[in-house]
Write a protein that binds this ligand. Structure first.
Ligand code: SAH
Length: 213
């Protein structure tokens, strides 16, 4: 669990790569410069941790590309203290970025193995969400709703209604929608009944699955 100057140097280069790909939010880039991504990845892949690549984590899941994490983080337009629901804790890397941006994070994971691993690991390196939840993200988290922002980090075949319902007026839901590939879709809640929809390009995620295991 070491973080060295070499790792820091590689992170600075990664932040430059993401900037060249279009990420402009300095707060997001600073989070990328700060978070030791190599600790979120199986040690066999450590040398690739600061390339803009996705990698296997436990339970057949992947840690998202740094570009995808940075893009989603930028599009959420986070304000400090925003109450954020994250669907798909996975390795916890996206969670750490949200926490660096001073959000209050509730994060749901349906794979028990990952839920256990990440809920032990993240606090150990100083990242403390409000809650880790073992559950099904299709249902959202009604007991903590409404949220300022909701971010889904798995490919959803459709937009789950509970997620739209659990958004504050003025809030944002960012969700990759589709089966094989997904269109990153942003919903902004304009009023109780009205949502503005924006499509932000193609991405590829592991599928969002129902129920838990
Ligand atoms: N943000 C994570 C991405 C992990 S991949 C990271 O950076 O590491 C997507 C994650 O979503 C996987 O861990 C997968 O198990 C989880 N997932 C899939 N369907 C889900 C659901 N219905 N509810 C909650 N999590 C889900």
């Amino acid at each position: 669990m070491k973080d060295t100057n070499k790792h820091k140097g590689l992170r600075n280069i990664l932040a430059n790569v993401l900037q060249a790909k279009g990420i402009t939010d300095e707060k997001v880039l600073n989070a990328i410069r700060k978070i030791p991504r190599h600790l979120f990845i199986d040690s066999g892949f450590e040398q690739y941790a600061y390339q803009d690549k996705a990698f296997p984590i436990a339970a057949n899941q992947t840690i998202s590309h740094p570009y995808t994490v940075a893009f989603q983080s930028e599009m959420l337009e986070l304000q400090p203290k925003d109450k954020v629901l994250e669907i798909g804790t996975g390795s916890g890397y996206q969670t750490a970025v949200l926490l660096e941006l001073k959000a209050e994070v509730y994060t749901i994971e349906r794979q028990h193995k990952l839920f256990k691993k990440t809920s032990l690991f993240l606090p150990k390196i100083g990242y403390k969400p409000k809650r880790f939840i073992f559950g099904d993200g299709y249902k959202g988290l009604p007991e903590e709703a409404p949220f300022d922002k909701i971010i889904v980090t798995a490919g959803a075949p459709f937009v789950p209604k509970p997620l739209l319902a659990q958004l504050k007026v003025g809030g944002r839901l960012l969700i990759p929608v589709g089966e094989e590939t997904q269109i990153m879709t942003l919903f902004i809640r304009k009023s109780l009944k009205e949502f503005e929809k924006h499509e932000l390009g193609d991405f590829k995620f592991v599928p969002m699955l129902e129920e838990k295991n």
